[in-house]
Design a protein around this ligand. Structure first.
Ligand SMILES: Cc1cc2nc3c(=O)[nH]c(=O)nc-3n(C[C@H](O)[C@H](O)[C@H](O)COP(=O)(O)OP(=O)(O)OC[C@H]3O[C@@H](n4cnc5c(N)ncnc54)[C@H](O)[C@@H]3O)c2cc1C
Length: 433
């Protein structure tokens, strides 16, 4: 069998890439070992669409990304009546803390890019979130450290609110929407097939071999394997020159009921709170979803295999719930743990890789580090343009693609996402990107 391009992975970034490449005229074939589209780490995503990042290019990319979720139906062009993922624009509140430099950089980048933003006082925070206590607990601690859960005598005084932020209710469905949209342009999908070898000849990729021995040939292969990306890059033999590595990192997300009497689902917002190293968002059924902002005190649980890892909740779940209860004293913590255990595909500097490789025709969109769901639609466009640029003979390594973000009409240097970049010192080195 032969196609123009093979895309490994049908997560949100893989399907967005398939959609954009198919629209540009490529005969694409997407492969996934799962039997349903979008059921890799995308399905476990908190799917928060925020626009504050610690780098200017990261901020511009995320602000561009927001617009596709806002205009989802129009972006996809599926027939009326299609079951579409929903974007809930509830806003995102970020506490000003020492740890985030009181958000000076984030505010500057947002203002430079005309992103709507509001500065809130303590009174405004508790008016929106009356269940919140603004006592400070920094620095975040593990449960077994002295002082866990004890306030430090100071108080949070200010926050920044990004009113356009929100979240997508069903991230797996959003991948399926993209796949359906891609199929309208001729893209094909094969599920339940595992890629076990990247075929090469004379310094160029020639296709893939599947677990049952079948070979599929294509002049272009794109690695969008999420937490499986490092293995695929090893199969392709392209890791040696990369300064940025990718690695699966285990994460737990907590779901708890909102305190009685407060409709967090309708009135809550996303909150990023580095004082307690938690972020949260409203979740269906008046629940609160709580994720970790990866404080230094917490161990990182790197895993060897992206398929065989412990899917049970551990102390991380309880620690996260208890840290959030420091902020919301009326929070009840149920005895039965509910939520998500999944993997980030973490990169060395927590910024993704959208790039070519040392193997001609082999590309990668990986290292999404727990923070690229929001960017999938624009990452798909970037990959399609980058691949066309390189396949037309341009050398993206020495003369990087200058990529125009169409909604916000800003040009970014796509070399920002290079596999060979110096580690970006501006990064938060956490899920915050
Ligand atoms: C718990 C959690 C919370 C997150 N929260 C947010 C958030 O709030 N906001 C945000 O922007 N981002 C968030 N992210 C990150 C975001 O979800 C990911 O960046 C994004 O979903 C990655 O999509 P993907 O298409 O690259 O990978 P995936 O969805 O992981 O898809 C990769 C696919 O490749 C397939 N595959 C791998 N190896 C092979 C192989 N050898 N053969 C065949 N198929 C293979 C897998 O089966 C999988 O389906 C979160 C991630 C997690 C885990």
């Amino acid at each position: 069998m032969s196609v123009d391009a093979i895309i490994i992975g049908t997560g949100v970034i893989g399907t967005a890439t398939a959609f954009e490449m198919a629209k540009a005229g490529w005969k694409t074939l997407s492969l996934d070992r799962n039997t349903q589209v979008g059921h890799g780490s995308t399905a476990g995503s908190c799917a928060i669409i925020r626009m504050h990042y610690s780098t200017r290019d990261g901020t511009a990319f995320a602000w561009e990304g927001y617009h596709y979720w806002r205009d989802w139906a129009e972006h996809l062009g599926l027939p009326p009546g299609a079951d579409l993922a929903q974007f809930k624009e509830c806003g995102c509140l970020v506490m000003k803390t020492e740890a985030n430099g009181h958000l000076e950089k984030h505010l500057k980048y947002s203002r430079d890019l005309d992103i709507p933003v509001e500065e809130w006082s303590a009174e405004e925070i508790t008016a929106r979130l009356p269940i919140y206590s603004l006592e400070s607990f920094a620095p975040p601690k593990r449960q077994d450290q002295p002082g866990f859960g004890e306030p430090n005598g100071r108080h949070l005084r200010e926050a920044v609110f990004w009113p356009k932020a929100g979240y997508v209710t069903d991230p797996a469905l959003s991948s399926q929407n993209l796949a359906d949209a891609a199929r309208q342009h001729g893209a094909e999908f094969r599920l339940g097939v595992e890629v076990t070898e990247i075929l090469r000849e004379g310094g160029r990729v020639t296709g893939v071999r599947l677990a049952d021995g079948e070979e599929i040939h294509a002049a272009v292969v794109v690695n969008v394997a999420g937490p499986g990306s490092a293995k695929i890059n090893e199969m392709a033999g392209v890791t040696e020159e990369m300064t940025i590595a990718t690695r699966p990192l285990r994460q737990e997300v907590v779901h708890v009921p909102a305190p009685e009497g407060f409709d967090f689902e309708a009135l809550g917002t996303i909150v990023s709170d580095s004082d307690i190293a938690c972020y949260c968002r409203p979740e269906h059924g008046n629940h609160i979803l709580i994720g970790s902002e990866d404080p230094e005190c917490d161990p990182h649980i790197w895993v060897e295999s992206d398929t065989e890892y412990d899917r049970d909740f551990t102390d991380q779940w309880t620690t996260q719930a208890m840290r959030y209860a420091q902020r919301v004293p009326s929070l009840g913590i149920p005895s039965r743990s509910r939520g998500v255990v999944d993997l980030y595909d973490a990169s060395t500097d927590w910024i993704p890789i959208y790039d070519r490789s040392s193997l001609t025709g082999y590309y990668m969109a990986c290292g999404t580090s727990g923070n690229q769901y929001k960017n999938a639609p624009i990452a798909g466009k970037l990959m399609a343009e980058l691949i066309a640029y390189c396949e037309s003979g341009a050398d993206h390594d020495t003369d990087p693609l200058q990529f125009r973000l169409p909604y916000i009409d800003t040009v970014i240097d796509a070399g920002f996402f290079s596999r060979k970049r110096p580690i970006n010192a501006e990064s938060s080195f956490s899920v915050l990107g």
